[in-house]
Ligand binder design. Structure first.
Ligand code: URA
Length: 239
C-alpha cells in the first residue's frame, strides 16, 4: 500500500504536488469512490482513475544477471553489439544499475524502477563493489597500500579501497586479487591499476552491496528477493 499521490506520480500522470491538488479537487477515484483525503493509501492493484481515466502503474521488477564478457551494459548499442538486455527476455523495459565494461563479467542489477537505480548510483552513497581481478606484473605491497589509501586519477581521487586474496604467478608474472571500491567511475578499477603500470587482464564483479553471484552461472539471471531489494535501499540511504 502506498500513498495515492505517490502512485499517481509513479504512473507519470503528475508531479507529487499536482497529484495532491487532483485529489483535493475530487478528480481521483479509487475502486469507484472519489477520494479527497490526502494521505489515503491504495495499492497498484486497485482501480485508480484520474479525471475518469484509469491509470496504469507498472509493477517494479529487480533482476540480478551474471554478465558474461562480450556484452555491453547499455540498453542499446551504436555498434549493434549484444547488450545485457538481450540476456533477460522479459516484458518490462529494464535498464542496468551502473555499468560494467564490455570485457568485464559478473554482478549487474537491472530494474524498471528508476528511483531505485538512481538511489544506488548516487555517488554520495558508499555501496561496496567487490571485484576479482587478474593484473599484469607482480603487485608490490607498497603499491597495494597506496591504491587502498586512494589515488589521484587526474579527474578525481579514489576513495579508500581494500585489496585482499593476493596471489602471485611468478612464472607468468601476473597477480590475482580481490578489490573492494565504493565508487563506480568509468573504467575505475582498470585506471587504478594502470596508474602503476599494471594492466587489468581480467575483471569480474563478484558482489554489489549484499548481492553476490552465488548459484548463477555466466549468462544466467534471477529475480532479486524482496529482502535483497530492501537491503540495497537501506545501503543507499544509510551509506
Ligand atoms: N572498473 C572497471 O575498470 N571496469 C568495470 O567494468 C568495472 C569497474
Amino acid at each position: 500500500m502506498e500513498r495515492l499521490q505517490k502512485i499517481i506520480q509513479k504512473a507519470g500522470i503528475a508531479s507529487r504536488r499536482k497529484a495532491e491538488e487532483l485529489i483535493l479537487d475530487g478528480k481521483v477515484e479509487v475502486n469507484g469512490k472519489i477520494v479527497t483525503v490526502l494521505g489515503t493509501k491504495a495499492s497498484i492493484t486497485d482501480s485508480i482513475k484520474v479525471d475518469g481515466k484509469k491509470i496504469k502503474v507498472e509493477e517494479k521488477k529487480y533482476y540480478l544477471l551474471n554478465k558474461p564478457e562480450g556484452y555491453v551494459s547499455t540498453t542499446d548499442d551504436e555498434f549493434n553489439r549484444l547488450t545485457v538486455i538481450d540476456l533477460i527476455p522479459v516484458q518490462e523495459k529494464l535498464f542496468p544499475v551502473g555499468r560494467l565494461d564490455y570485457n568485464t563479467s559478473g554482478v549487474i542489477i537491472l530494474t524498471n524502477d528508476g528511483e531505485f537505480a538512481n538511489a544506488l548510483m548516487n555517488p554520495k552513497f558508499n555501496i561496496e563493489k567487490e571485484y576479482s581481478a587478474k593484473i599484469g606484473g607482480l603487485l608490490r605491497k607498497e603499491t597495494s597500500k597506496t591504491i587502498c589509501r586512494g589515488v589521484d586519477l587526474g579527474d578525481f581521487r579514489t576513495k579508500k579501497a581494500k585489496i585482499f586474496n593476493v596471489e602471485y604467478d611468478n612464472k607468468k608474472e601476473n597477480t590475482t586479487l580481490n578489490i573492494v571500491i565504493t565508487e563506480g567511475k568509468y573504467h575505475q578499477v582498470k585506471r587504478m591499476f594502470d596508474k602503476f603500470n599494471h594492466q587489468v587482464l581480467k575483471l569480474k564483479r563478484e558482489r554489489y552491496g549484499c548481492v553476490t553471484l552465488k548459484g548463477l552461472e555466466k549468462g544466467e539471471y534471477r529475480r532479486l528477493k524482496i529482502h535483497e531489494v530492501k537491503k540495497l535501499w537501506n545501503l543507499s540511504e544509510n551509506g
